[in-house]
Write a protein that binds this ligand. Structure first.
Ligand code: KIV
Ligand code: ZN
Length: 564
Protein backbone atom coordinates (compact mmCIF):
# COMPACT_ATOMS: atom_id res chain seq x y z
CA UNK A 1 0.00 0.00 0.00
CA UNK A 2 1.09 3.52 -0.67
CA UNK A 3 3.05 4.82 2.42
CA UNK A 4 0.79 7.83 2.76
CA UNK A 5 -2.34 5.64 2.59
CA UNK A 6 -1.16 3.29 5.30
CA UNK A 7 -1.01 6.17 7.77
CA UNK A 8 -4.77 6.37 7.92
CA UNK A 9 -5.21 2.91 9.45
CA UNK A 10 -4.91 1.99 13.12
CA UNK A 11 -4.23 -1.30 14.93
CA UNK A 12 -7.24 -3.03 16.51
CA UNK A 13 -7.07 -3.03 20.31
CA UNK A 14 -6.69 -6.52 21.74
CA UNK A 15 -8.94 -7.86 24.52
CA UNK A 16 -7.41 -7.98 27.99
CA UNK A 17 -7.95 -11.65 28.83
CA UNK A 18 -4.63 -13.09 29.98
CA UNK A 19 -6.23 -16.26 31.38
CA UNK A 20 -8.22 -17.00 28.22
CA UNK A 21 -9.42 -20.62 28.17
CA UNK A 22 -10.56 -21.09 24.57
CA UNK A 23 -7.17 -22.06 23.09
CA UNK A 24 -7.24 -25.26 25.14
CA UNK A 25 -10.77 -26.27 24.14
CA UNK A 26 -11.87 -28.53 21.29
CA UNK A 27 -15.19 -28.64 19.50
CA UNK A 28 -16.94 -31.82 20.60
CA UNK A 29 -20.56 -31.14 19.72
CA UNK A 30 -22.56 -29.15 17.24
CA UNK A 31 -24.13 -25.81 18.16
CA UNK A 32 -27.75 -24.87 17.45
CA UNK A 33 -27.84 -23.68 13.87
CA UNK A 34 -29.83 -20.81 12.43
CA UNK A 35 -29.93 -20.14 8.72
CA UNK A 36 -30.08 -16.47 7.78
CA UNK A 37 -30.14 -17.16 4.02
CA UNK A 38 -33.61 -15.73 3.59
CA UNK A 39 -32.79 -12.51 5.46
CA UNK A 40 -29.10 -11.51 5.60
CA UNK A 41 -28.39 -13.55 2.48
CA UNK A 42 -31.39 -12.14 0.65
CA UNK A 43 -30.67 -8.53 1.68
CA UNK A 44 -27.26 -8.89 0.04
CA UNK A 45 -28.49 -10.02 -3.39
CA UNK A 46 -28.34 -7.71 -6.39
CA UNK A 47 -31.76 -9.13 -7.26
CA UNK A 48 -33.47 -10.24 -4.04
CA UNK A 49 -35.45 -13.47 -4.18
CA UNK A 50 -39.15 -13.28 -4.95
CA UNK A 51 -41.69 -15.10 -2.79
CA UNK A 52 -41.59 -18.29 -4.89
CA UNK A 53 -37.79 -18.44 -4.76
CA UNK A 54 -37.80 -17.83 -1.02
CA UNK A 55 -40.32 -20.64 -0.62
CA UNK A 56 -38.15 -23.04 -2.58
CA UNK A 57 -35.10 -22.13 -0.52
CA UNK A 58 -37.07 -22.33 2.74
CA UNK A 59 -38.20 -25.85 1.92
CA UNK A 60 -34.67 -26.88 1.11
CA UNK A 61 -33.35 -25.38 4.36
CA UNK A 62 -35.96 -27.45 6.23
CA UNK A 63 -34.88 -30.59 4.36
CA UNK A 64 -31.24 -29.92 5.25
CA UNK A 65 -32.31 -29.95 8.89
CA UNK A 66 -32.31 -26.34 10.07
CA UNK A 67 -34.61 -25.94 13.07
CA UNK A 68 -34.31 -22.14 13.24
CA UNK A 69 -34.61 -20.13 10.05
CA UNK A 70 -34.58 -16.34 9.85
CA UNK A 71 -37.15 -15.94 7.14
CA UNK A 72 -37.00 -12.19 6.59
CA UNK A 73 -37.36 -8.62 7.69
CA UNK A 74 -41.16 -8.34 7.39
CA UNK A 75 -41.33 -4.63 8.17
CA UNK A 76 -38.81 -3.83 5.43
CA UNK A 77 -40.88 -4.50 2.30
CA UNK A 78 -44.17 -5.89 1.05
CA UNK A 79 -42.43 -8.94 -0.41
CA UNK A 80 -40.83 -9.74 2.93
CA UNK A 81 -44.15 -9.31 4.72
CA UNK A 82 -45.99 -11.36 2.12
CA UNK A 83 -43.49 -14.18 2.40
CA UNK A 84 -43.98 -14.53 6.16
CA UNK A 85 -47.75 -14.46 5.63
CA UNK A 86 -47.53 -17.22 2.98
CA UNK A 87 -45.55 -19.42 5.33
CA UNK A 88 -48.08 -18.98 8.12
CA UNK A 89 -51.34 -18.94 6.16
CA UNK A 90 -50.41 -21.92 4.01
CA UNK A 91 -49.16 -23.81 7.05
CA UNK A 92 -45.77 -24.39 5.47
CA UNK A 93 -43.66 -24.31 8.63
CA UNK A 94 -42.81 -27.80 9.90
CA UNK A 95 -43.75 -28.35 13.55
CA UNK A 96 -40.13 -28.69 14.64
CA UNK A 97 -38.96 -25.53 12.86
CA UNK A 98 -39.04 -22.00 14.34
CA UNK A 99 -39.14 -19.07 12.02
CA UNK A 100 -37.20 -15.98 13.03
CA UNK A 101 -37.93 -12.42 11.92
CA UNK A 102 -35.57 -9.47 12.15
CA UNK A 103 -36.60 -6.00 13.22
CA UNK A 104 -34.83 -2.78 14.09
CA UNK A 105 -35.58 -1.40 17.53
CA UNK A 106 -38.13 1.14 16.26
CA UNK A 107 -41.73 1.22 17.35
CA UNK A 108 -43.59 1.19 14.01
CA UNK A 109 -41.34 -1.53 12.64
CA UNK A 110 -41.85 -3.72 15.70
CA UNK A 111 -45.63 -3.32 15.46
CA UNK A 112 -45.60 -4.23 11.75
CA UNK A 113 -43.43 -7.26 12.52
CA UNK A 114 -45.98 -8.56 15.00
CA UNK A 115 -48.72 -8.12 12.38
CA UNK A 116 -46.76 -10.41 10.08
CA UNK A 117 -46.72 -13.11 12.76
CA UNK A 118 -50.47 -13.35 13.42
CA UNK A 119 -51.50 -16.99 13.40
CA UNK A 120 -47.97 -18.40 13.79
CA UNK A 121 -47.48 -21.22 16.28
CA UNK A 122 -44.10 -20.00 17.34
CA UNK A 123 -41.54 -17.41 16.25
CA UNK A 124 -38.29 -15.83 17.30
CA UNK A 125 -38.45 -12.04 17.20
CA UNK A 126 -34.94 -10.75 16.56
CA UNK A 127 -34.44 -7.17 17.66
CA UNK A 128 -31.28 -5.20 16.92
CA UNK A 129 -29.71 -1.81 17.24
CA UNK A 130 -26.19 -0.74 16.57
CA UNK A 131 -23.91 -0.11 19.53
CA UNK A 132 -20.35 0.60 18.36
CA UNK A 133 -18.61 3.96 18.87
CA UNK A 134 -18.32 4.36 15.08
CA UNK A 135 -22.05 3.80 14.58
CA UNK A 136 -22.96 5.94 17.58
CA UNK A 137 -20.87 8.78 16.21
CA UNK A 138 -21.57 8.53 12.46
CA UNK A 139 -24.96 6.86 12.04
CA UNK A 140 -26.68 8.15 15.17
CA UNK A 141 -25.08 11.61 15.12
CA UNK A 142 -23.00 11.37 18.31
CA UNK A 143 -25.67 9.51 20.30
CA UNK A 144 -24.68 8.82 23.89
CA UNK A 145 -24.28 5.33 25.32
CA UNK A 146 -27.38 5.89 27.46
CA UNK A 147 -29.43 6.77 24.37
CA UNK A 148 -28.28 3.63 22.58
CA UNK A 149 -29.08 1.48 25.61
CA UNK A 150 -32.52 3.07 25.81
CA UNK A 151 -33.24 2.17 22.19
CA UNK A 152 -32.51 -1.48 22.99
CA UNK A 153 -34.44 -1.55 26.24
CA UNK A 154 -37.48 0.31 24.89
CA UNK A 155 -37.56 -1.99 21.86
CA UNK A 156 -37.40 -5.03 24.15
CA UNK A 157 -40.25 -3.71 26.33
CA UNK A 158 -42.43 -3.20 23.27
CA UNK A 159 -41.67 -6.71 21.98
CA UNK A 160 -42.59 -8.06 25.41
CA UNK A 161 -45.83 -6.12 25.48
CA UNK A 162 -46.86 -7.20 21.97
CA UNK A 163 -45.82 -10.80 22.64
CA UNK A 164 -48.08 -10.77 25.70
CA UNK A 165 -50.97 -9.49 23.61
CA UNK A 166 -50.39 -12.12 20.89
CA UNK A 167 -50.52 -15.08 23.23
CA UNK A 168 -51.55 -17.60 20.56
CA UNK A 169 -48.00 -17.38 19.27
CA UNK A 170 -45.11 -18.54 21.43
CA UNK A 171 -42.66 -15.67 21.02
CA UNK A 172 -39.01 -16.31 21.75
CA UNK A 173 -36.71 -13.31 21.84
CA UNK A 174 -33.33 -12.60 20.32
CA UNK A 175 -31.35 -9.42 20.76
CA UNK A 176 -28.30 -8.35 18.71
CA UNK A 177 -26.05 -5.49 19.71
CA UNK A 178 -25.28 -4.87 16.05
CA UNK A 179 -21.59 -4.09 15.42
CA UNK A 180 -20.66 -6.03 18.56
CA UNK A 181 -17.29 -6.73 16.95
CA UNK A 182 -16.18 -3.10 17.39
CA UNK A 183 -18.25 -2.14 20.41
CA UNK A 184 -16.54 -1.69 23.78
CA UNK A 185 -17.07 -5.06 25.49
CA UNK A 186 -18.27 -3.58 28.75
CA UNK A 187 -20.84 -1.51 26.87
CA UNK A 188 -22.14 -4.52 24.88
CA UNK A 189 -22.45 -6.32 28.17
CA UNK A 190 -24.25 -3.39 29.81
CA UNK A 191 -26.77 -3.18 26.94
CA UNK A 192 -27.36 -6.94 26.81
CA UNK A 193 -27.86 -7.17 30.58
CA UNK A 194 -30.32 -4.28 30.45
CA UNK A 195 -32.19 -6.06 27.64
CA UNK A 196 -32.23 -9.27 29.66
CA UNK A 197 -33.64 -7.44 32.64
CA UNK A 198 -36.38 -5.96 30.47
CA UNK A 199 -37.24 -9.30 28.85
CA UNK A 200 -36.96 -11.53 31.90
CA UNK A 201 -35.61 -14.79 30.47
CA UNK A 202 -35.50 -18.01 32.45
CA UNK A 203 -33.32 -21.10 32.17
CA UNK A 204 -36.18 -22.90 30.47
CA UNK A 205 -36.96 -19.96 28.17
CA UNK A 206 -33.58 -18.34 27.58
CA UNK A 207 -33.00 -15.18 25.60
CA UNK A 208 -30.80 -15.48 22.51
CA UNK A 209 -27.98 -12.94 22.66
CA UNK A 210 -26.54 -12.77 19.17
CA UNK A 211 -23.12 -11.12 19.16
CA UNK A 212 -22.48 -10.18 15.56
CA UNK A 213 -19.18 -9.56 13.90
CA UNK A 214 -21.21 -7.23 11.71
CA UNK A 215 -17.91 -6.15 10.24
CA UNK A 216 -14.88 -8.36 10.73
CA UNK A 217 -12.25 -5.91 11.93
CA UNK A 218 -9.69 -8.18 13.58
CA UNK A 219 -8.09 -11.61 13.59
CA UNK A 220 -10.33 -14.53 14.68
CA UNK A 221 -8.55 -14.94 18.01
CA UNK A 222 -9.77 -11.45 18.93
CA UNK A 223 -13.33 -12.56 18.18
CA UNK A 224 -12.83 -15.60 20.41
CA UNK A 225 -11.51 -13.36 23.19
CA UNK A 226 -14.56 -11.11 22.85
CA UNK A 227 -16.93 -14.08 23.08
CA UNK A 228 -15.14 -15.66 26.04
CA UNK A 229 -14.96 -12.32 27.84
CA UNK A 230 -18.68 -11.78 27.27
CA UNK A 231 -19.67 -15.29 28.39
CA UNK A 232 -17.57 -15.01 31.54
CA UNK A 233 -18.91 -11.60 32.54
CA UNK A 234 -22.59 -12.02 31.66
CA UNK A 235 -24.92 -12.06 34.65
CA UNK A 236 -27.44 -14.86 34.20
CA UNK A 237 -25.34 -16.76 31.65
CA UNK A 238 -27.60 -19.78 32.23
CA UNK A 239 -30.60 -17.77 30.98
CA UNK A 240 -29.00 -16.85 27.66
CA UNK A 241 -27.98 -18.68 24.53
CA UNK A 242 -24.91 -16.99 23.09
CA UNK A 243 -25.13 -16.85 19.33
CA UNK A 244 -22.43 -16.10 16.74
CA UNK A 245 -23.08 -14.20 13.56
CA UNK A 246 -19.83 -13.61 11.72
CA UNK A 247 -19.19 -11.82 8.47
CA UNK A 248 -16.16 -12.34 6.35
CA UNK A 249 -14.56 -8.96 5.62
CA UNK A 250 -11.06 -10.24 6.37
CA UNK A 251 -11.76 -13.70 4.94
CA UNK A 252 -11.79 -15.40 8.33
CA UNK A 253 -15.50 -15.66 9.13
CA UNK A 254 -15.31 -19.44 9.39
CA UNK A 255 -12.25 -19.35 11.64
CA UNK A 256 -13.88 -16.68 13.83
CA UNK A 257 -16.96 -18.87 14.25
CA UNK A 258 -14.97 -21.98 15.08
CA UNK A 259 -12.90 -20.10 17.64
CA UNK A 260 -16.07 -18.46 18.97
CA UNK A 261 -17.46 -21.93 19.62
CA UNK A 262 -14.30 -22.82 21.52
CA UNK A 263 -14.90 -19.66 23.51
CA UNK A 264 -18.29 -20.86 24.71
CA UNK A 265 -20.95 -19.89 22.16
CA UNK A 266 -24.06 -22.09 21.90
CA UNK A 267 -25.48 -21.13 18.56
CA UNK A 268 -24.35 -20.21 15.06
CA UNK A 269 -26.03 -18.09 12.42
CA UNK A 270 -24.87 -18.29 8.84
CA UNK A 271 -25.79 -18.93 5.25
CA UNK A 272 -25.28 -21.59 2.62
CA UNK A 273 -21.99 -21.03 0.80
CA UNK A 274 -21.40 -17.81 2.78
CA UNK A 275 -23.77 -15.59 0.83
CA UNK A 276 -24.28 -12.25 2.58
CA UNK A 277 -23.39 -8.59 2.79
CA UNK A 278 -20.01 -7.55 1.30
CA UNK A 279 -17.68 -10.58 1.52
CA UNK A 280 -20.51 -12.63 2.95
CA UNK A 281 -21.78 -14.24 6.11
CA UNK A 282 -20.38 -17.34 7.71
CA UNK A 283 -20.50 -20.33 5.34
CA UNK A 284 -22.50 -22.73 7.47
CA UNK A 285 -21.88 -25.64 5.07
CA UNK A 286 -18.17 -25.45 5.76
CA UNK A 287 -18.47 -25.24 9.54
CA UNK A 288 -20.88 -28.19 9.64
CA UNK A 289 -18.81 -30.34 7.28
CA UNK A 290 -15.63 -29.45 9.17
CA UNK A 291 -17.36 -30.91 12.22
CA UNK A 292 -18.47 -34.01 10.30
CA UNK A 293 -14.87 -34.53 9.19
CA UNK A 294 -13.94 -34.80 12.89
CA UNK A 295 -16.71 -37.30 13.56
CA UNK A 296 -19.21 -34.83 15.03
CA UNK A 297 -22.87 -35.22 14.05
CA UNK A 298 -24.41 -31.84 13.26
CA UNK A 299 -28.06 -32.48 12.47
CA UNK A 300 -27.52 -30.88 9.06
CA UNK A 301 -27.62 -33.12 6.02
CA UNK A 302 -25.34 -32.08 3.17
CA UNK A 303 -25.24 -35.50 1.54
CA UNK A 304 -26.80 -33.98 -1.58
CA UNK A 305 -24.49 -30.96 -1.76
CA UNK A 306 -24.48 -30.66 -5.59
CA UNK A 307 -28.30 -30.49 -5.61
CA UNK A 308 -28.30 -28.01 -2.71
CA UNK A 309 -25.84 -25.88 -4.61
CA UNK A 310 -27.98 -26.03 -7.75
CA UNK A 311 -31.12 -24.84 -5.91
CA UNK A 312 -29.11 -22.12 -4.15
CA UNK A 313 -27.59 -20.89 -7.42
CA UNK A 314 -30.95 -20.86 -9.15
CA UNK A 315 -32.80 -19.04 -6.36
CA UNK A 316 -30.13 -16.49 -5.46
CA UNK A 317 -28.51 -16.07 -8.90
CA UNK A 318 -25.17 -16.29 -7.10
CA UNK A 319 -22.48 -18.75 -8.08
CA UNK A 320 -20.34 -20.95 -5.88
CA UNK A 321 -16.65 -20.44 -6.75
CA UNK A 322 -14.70 -23.44 -8.04
CA UNK A 323 -12.43 -23.41 -4.96
CA UNK A 324 -15.17 -23.03 -2.31
CA UNK A 325 -14.45 -25.64 0.39
CA UNK A 326 -16.51 -28.82 -0.08
CA UNK A 327 -18.92 -27.38 -2.67
CA UNK A 328 -16.61 -25.92 -5.31
CA UNK A 329 -16.34 -27.68 -8.64
CA UNK A 330 -12.60 -28.32 -8.26
CA UNK A 331 -12.18 -29.12 -4.59
CA UNK A 332 -12.11 -32.89 -5.06
CA UNK A 333 -10.04 -32.74 -8.18
CA UNK A 334 -6.30 -33.25 -8.35
CA UNK A 335 -4.29 -32.19 -11.37
CA UNK A 336 -0.82 -32.45 -9.87
CA UNK A 337 0.94 -35.75 -10.45
CA UNK A 338 2.11 -36.31 -6.89
CA UNK A 339 -1.37 -35.57 -5.49
CA UNK A 340 -2.96 -37.90 -8.03
CA UNK A 341 -0.56 -40.70 -7.17
CA UNK A 342 -1.22 -40.31 -3.46
CA UNK A 343 -5.01 -40.13 -3.88
CA UNK A 344 -5.02 -43.18 -6.12
CA UNK A 345 -2.94 -45.13 -3.61
CA UNK A 346 -5.23 -43.97 -0.79
CA UNK A 347 -8.41 -44.98 -2.59
CA UNK A 348 -6.96 -48.34 -3.65
CA UNK A 349 -5.79 -49.05 -0.10
CA UNK A 350 -9.22 -48.10 1.23
CA UNK A 351 -10.89 -50.47 -1.20
CA UNK A 352 -8.65 -53.33 -0.03
CA UNK A 353 -9.17 -52.42 3.65
CA UNK A 354 -12.94 -52.38 3.15
CA UNK A 355 -12.84 -55.82 1.52
CA UNK A 356 -10.92 -57.17 4.51
CA UNK A 357 -12.97 -55.38 7.15
CA UNK A 358 -16.06 -57.64 6.97
CA UNK A 359 -18.36 -54.66 7.39
CA UNK A 360 -16.48 -52.93 10.23
CA UNK A 361 -15.93 -49.17 9.95
CA UNK A 362 -12.67 -48.29 8.23
CA UNK A 363 -11.47 -44.84 9.35
CA UNK A 364 -11.11 -42.37 6.48
CA UNK A 365 -7.51 -41.80 5.48
CA UNK A 366 -6.90 -40.71 1.91
CA UNK A 367 -4.11 -38.20 1.31
CA UNK A 368 -5.31 -34.73 0.37
CA UNK A 369 -9.01 -35.50 0.97
CA UNK A 370 -10.36 -34.44 4.36
CA UNK A 371 -13.65 -36.23 3.76
CA UNK A 372 -15.00 -38.92 1.48
CA UNK A 373 -16.46 -37.00 -1.50
CA UNK A 374 -19.21 -39.60 -1.75
CA UNK A 375 -20.53 -38.52 1.66
CA UNK A 376 -21.59 -35.18 0.19
CA UNK A 377 -22.80 -36.52 -3.12
CA UNK A 378 -19.61 -35.89 -5.04
CA UNK A 379 -18.26 -38.73 -7.14
CA UNK A 380 -14.82 -40.21 -7.44
CA UNK A 381 -14.81 -39.75 -11.20
CA UNK A 382 -14.14 -36.06 -10.91
CA UNK A 383 -11.32 -36.46 -8.42
CA UNK A 384 -8.49 -36.88 -10.86
CA UNK A 385 -8.36 -34.69 -13.89
CA UNK A 386 -5.62 -34.46 -16.40
CA UNK A 387 -3.64 -31.46 -17.55
CA UNK A 388 0.05 -30.87 -18.20
CA UNK A 389 0.73 -30.98 -14.41
CA UNK A 390 -0.67 -34.47 -14.13
CA UNK A 391 1.36 -37.54 -13.40
CA UNK A 392 1.36 -41.09 -14.59
CA UNK A 393 -0.68 -42.27 -11.60
CA UNK A 394 -3.56 -39.92 -12.37
CA UNK A 395 -3.68 -40.89 -16.01
CA UNK A 396 -3.65 -44.57 -15.10
CA UNK A 397 -6.40 -43.84 -12.58
CA UNK A 398 -8.62 -42.26 -15.23
CA UNK A 399 -8.03 -45.13 -17.68
CA UNK A 400 -8.82 -47.61 -14.95
CA UNK A 401 -11.75 -45.97 -13.15
CA UNK A 402 -13.44 -44.42 -16.14
CA UNK A 403 -12.67 -46.86 -18.91
CA UNK A 404 -11.72 -50.15 -17.28
CA UNK A 405 -8.10 -50.39 -18.52
CA UNK A 406 -5.94 -51.54 -15.64
CA UNK A 407 -2.46 -50.80 -16.98
CA UNK A 408 0.55 -52.60 -15.50
CA UNK A 409 2.39 -50.28 -13.15
CA UNK A 410 5.57 -50.22 -15.22
CA UNK A 411 3.53 -49.08 -18.23
CA UNK A 412 2.29 -45.94 -16.41
CA UNK A 413 5.35 -43.75 -17.14
CA UNK A 414 5.25 -44.48 -20.89
CA UNK A 415 1.54 -43.64 -21.20
CA UNK A 416 1.71 -40.78 -18.68
CA UNK A 417 4.48 -39.05 -20.62
CA UNK A 418 2.54 -39.20 -23.86
CA UNK A 419 -0.74 -37.92 -22.39
CA UNK A 420 0.60 -35.14 -20.17
CA UNK A 421 2.82 -34.09 -23.11
CA UNK A 422 -0.29 -33.76 -25.26
CA UNK A 423 -2.08 -31.72 -22.55
CA UNK A 424 0.97 -29.47 -22.34
CA UNK A 425 1.09 -29.07 -26.12
CA UNK A 426 -2.61 -28.23 -26.24
CA UNK A 427 -2.42 -26.03 -23.15
CA UNK A 428 -5.64 -27.40 -21.68
CA UNK A 429 -7.24 -30.12 -19.64
CA UNK A 430 -7.97 -33.44 -21.39
CA UNK A 431 -11.29 -35.14 -20.80
CA UNK A 432 -11.42 -38.80 -19.73
CA UNK A 433 -12.70 -39.76 -23.20
CA UNK A 434 -9.86 -37.92 -24.92
CA UNK A 435 -7.38 -39.72 -22.65
CA UNK A 436 -8.85 -43.08 -23.62
CA UNK A 437 -8.82 -42.17 -27.32
CA UNK A 438 -5.16 -41.11 -27.22
CA UNK A 439 -4.24 -44.21 -25.27
CA UNK A 440 -5.96 -46.53 -27.75
CA UNK A 441 -4.61 -44.68 -30.80
CA UNK A 442 -1.01 -44.58 -29.60
CA UNK A 443 -0.62 -47.82 -27.65
CA UNK A 444 -3.26 -50.35 -28.69
CA UNK A 445 -3.75 -52.56 -31.76
CA UNK A 446 -0.95 -50.83 -33.68
CA UNK A 447 -0.44 -52.08 -37.24
CA UNK A 448 2.35 -50.04 -38.77
CA UNK A 449 4.72 -51.23 -40.07
CA UNK A 450 3.87 -54.68 -38.66
CA UNK A 451 0.23 -55.80 -38.61
CA UNK A 452 -1.44 -58.97 -37.45
CA UNK A 453 -4.21 -59.91 -39.91
CA UNK A 454 -5.34 -63.25 -38.59
CA UNK A 455 -4.18 -66.21 -36.55
CA UNK A 456 -5.13 -69.76 -35.70
CA UNK A 457 -4.13 -71.78 -32.66
CA UNK A 458 -3.78 -75.55 -32.59
CA UNK A 459 -3.65 -76.99 -29.08
CA UNK A 460 -3.01 -80.55 -30.29
CA UNK A 461 0.51 -80.36 -31.51
CA UNK A 462 1.53 -83.78 -30.19
CA UNK A 463 3.69 -82.32 -27.44
CA UNK A 464 1.82 -81.88 -24.15
CA UNK A 465 1.01 -78.26 -23.28
CA UNK A 466 2.38 -76.96 -26.57
CA UNK A 467 0.44 -74.70 -28.92
CA UNK A 468 0.98 -74.14 -32.63
CA UNK A 469 0.25 -70.66 -33.92
CA UNK A 470 -0.31 -69.95 -37.61
CA UNK A 471 -0.63 -66.26 -38.32
CA UNK A 472 -1.03 -63.94 -41.26
CA UNK A 473 0.98 -60.77 -40.84
CA UNK A 474 1.87 -57.87 -43.09
CA UNK A 475 5.13 -55.98 -42.87
CA UNK A 476 5.03 -52.62 -44.66
CA UNK A 477 2.08 -54.03 -46.58
CA UNK A 478 3.81 -57.29 -47.62
CA UNK A 479 1.85 -60.27 -46.47
CA UNK A 480 3.52 -63.31 -44.85
CA UNK A 481 2.22 -66.54 -43.34
CA UNK A 482 4.20 -67.47 -40.26
CA UNK A 483 4.08 -70.46 -37.93
CA UNK A 484 5.59 -71.31 -34.57
CA UNK A 485 5.16 -73.61 -31.56
CA UNK A 486 5.36 -72.61 -27.91
CA UNK A 487 3.99 -73.22 -24.45
CA UNK A 488 1.21 -70.67 -24.97
CA UNK A 489 -0.21 -68.42 -27.69
CA UNK A 490 2.22 -65.56 -27.07
CA UNK A 491 5.22 -67.85 -26.90
CA UNK A 492 4.14 -69.68 -30.08
CA UNK A 493 3.62 -66.38 -31.91
CA UNK A 494 7.06 -65.12 -30.79
CA UNK A 495 8.62 -68.30 -32.18
CA UNK A 496 6.69 -67.79 -35.42
CA UNK A 497 8.02 -64.23 -35.67
CA UNK A 498 11.56 -65.37 -34.92
CA UNK A 499 11.30 -68.05 -37.61
CA UNK A 500 10.26 -65.30 -40.04
CA UNK A 501 13.32 -63.23 -39.13
CA UNK A 502 11.96 -60.91 -36.42
CA UNK A 503 14.67 -61.59 -33.83
CA UNK A 504 15.34 -58.17 -32.40
CA UNK A 505 13.33 -58.42 -29.16
CA UNK A 506 12.40 -60.55 -26.16
CA UNK A 507 9.16 -60.61 -24.16
CA UNK A 508 9.74 -59.41 -20.58
CA UNK A 509 6.22 -59.06 -19.21
CA UNK A 510 2.62 -59.86 -20.03
CA UNK A 511 -0.76 -59.43 -18.44
CA UNK A 512 -4.40 -59.32 -19.47
CA UNK A 513 -7.86 -58.64 -18.05
CA UNK A 514 -11.44 -58.18 -19.13
CA UNK A 515 -12.16 -54.51 -19.80
CA UNK A 516 -14.42 -53.40 -16.94
CA UNK A 517 -17.63 -51.88 -18.21
CA UNK A 518 -16.63 -52.52 -21.84
CA UNK A 519 -19.81 -52.62 -23.90
CA UNK A 520 -18.79 -55.63 -26.01
CA UNK A 521 -16.92 -57.52 -23.29
CA UNK A 522 -13.46 -56.77 -24.65
CA UNK A 523 -10.26 -58.13 -23.22
CA UNK A 524 -7.20 -55.97 -22.83
CA UNK A 525 -3.68 -57.39 -22.91
CA UNK A 526 -0.35 -55.69 -22.28
CA UNK A 527 3.00 -57.01 -23.51
CA UNK A 528 6.37 -55.56 -22.61
CA UNK A 529 9.26 -56.12 -25.02
CA UNK A 530 12.94 -55.52 -24.49
CA UNK A 531 15.25 -54.54 -27.33
CA UNK A 532 18.01 -56.98 -28.20
CA UNK A 533 20.70 -54.65 -26.81
CA UNK A 534 18.61 -54.44 -23.59
CA UNK A 535 18.58 -50.67 -23.64
CA UNK A 536 14.86 -50.21 -24.15
CA UNK A 537 11.70 -51.60 -22.56
CA UNK A 538 8.41 -50.85 -24.27
CA UNK A 539 4.81 -51.76 -23.50
CA UNK A 540 2.10 -52.29 -26.10
CA UNK A 541 -1.58 -53.00 -25.67
CA UNK A 542 -4.09 -55.15 -27.50
CA UNK A 543 -7.87 -54.90 -27.18
CA UNK A 544 -10.11 -57.55 -28.66
CA UNK A 545 -13.12 -59.69 -27.78
CA UNK A 546 -10.77 -62.72 -27.92
CA UNK A 547 -8.22 -62.77 -25.12
CA UNK A 548 -5.69 -64.58 -27.36
CA UNK A 549 -6.04 -62.04 -30.13
CA UNK A 550 -5.71 -59.22 -27.56
CA UNK A 551 -2.41 -60.77 -26.39
CA UNK A 552 -0.99 -61.09 -29.90
CA UNK A 553 -2.11 -57.57 -30.80
CA UNK A 554 -0.40 -56.27 -27.67
CA UNK A 555 2.81 -57.96 -28.75
CA UNK A 556 2.60 -56.51 -32.27
CA UNK A 557 1.83 -53.04 -30.81
CA UNK A 558 4.87 -53.26 -28.54
CA UNK A 559 7.03 -54.39 -31.45
CA UNK A 560 5.92 -51.38 -33.52
CA UNK A 561 6.59 -49.03 -30.59
CA UNK A 562 10.03 -50.58 -30.09
CA UNK A 563 10.79 -49.89 -33.74
CA UNK A 564 9.49 -46.31 -33.62
O1 KIV B 1 -24.46 -8.51 10.66
C1 KIV B 1 -25.25 -8.10 11.52
O2 KIV B 1 -24.90 -7.45 12.49
C2 KIV B 1 -26.65 -8.42 11.32
C3 KIV B 1 -27.53 -8.09 12.49
C4 KIV B 1 -28.81 -7.52 12.05
C5 KIV B 1 -27.67 -9.31 13.33
O3 KIV B 1 -27.02 -8.97 10.33
ZN1 ZN C 1 -25.30 -9.91 9.32
Amino acid sequence: MNPSSILKYRPFSPVALPDRQWPDQTITRAPRWCSVDLRDGNQALPVPMNVEEKLELFEMLCRIGFKEIEVGFPSASDTEFAFVRRLIEEDRIPRDVSIQVLVQAREHLIRRTFESLVGAREAIVHLYNSTSPLQRRITFGDASKAEIKDIAVNGTRLVKELAGAQSATLIRFQYSPESFSDTELDFSLEVCEAVMEAWGPTEGQPIILNLPATVEWATPNVHADQIEWFCRHLHGRNKALISLHTHNDRGTGIAATELGLLAGADRVEGTLFGNGERTGNLDIVVVALNMNSHGIETGLDFSGLPQIRAVYERCTRMTVPDRQPYAGELVFTAFSGSHQDAIKKGLDRRERDLEKSSGAVVPWGVPYLTIDPQDIGRSYEAIIRINSQSGKGGIAYVLDREHGYDLPKTMHPQVGLRISGLADQQGRELSPDEIRDVFLKDFANLGDPLALEDFELDHHTGERGQVRCRAKITMNGDRQDIVGVGNGPINAFVHAMEAAGFKDFSVTDYRSHAVRGGSDADSAAYVQLQSLDRTRLVWGCGVDPSIEMAGLRALVSAWNLLRA
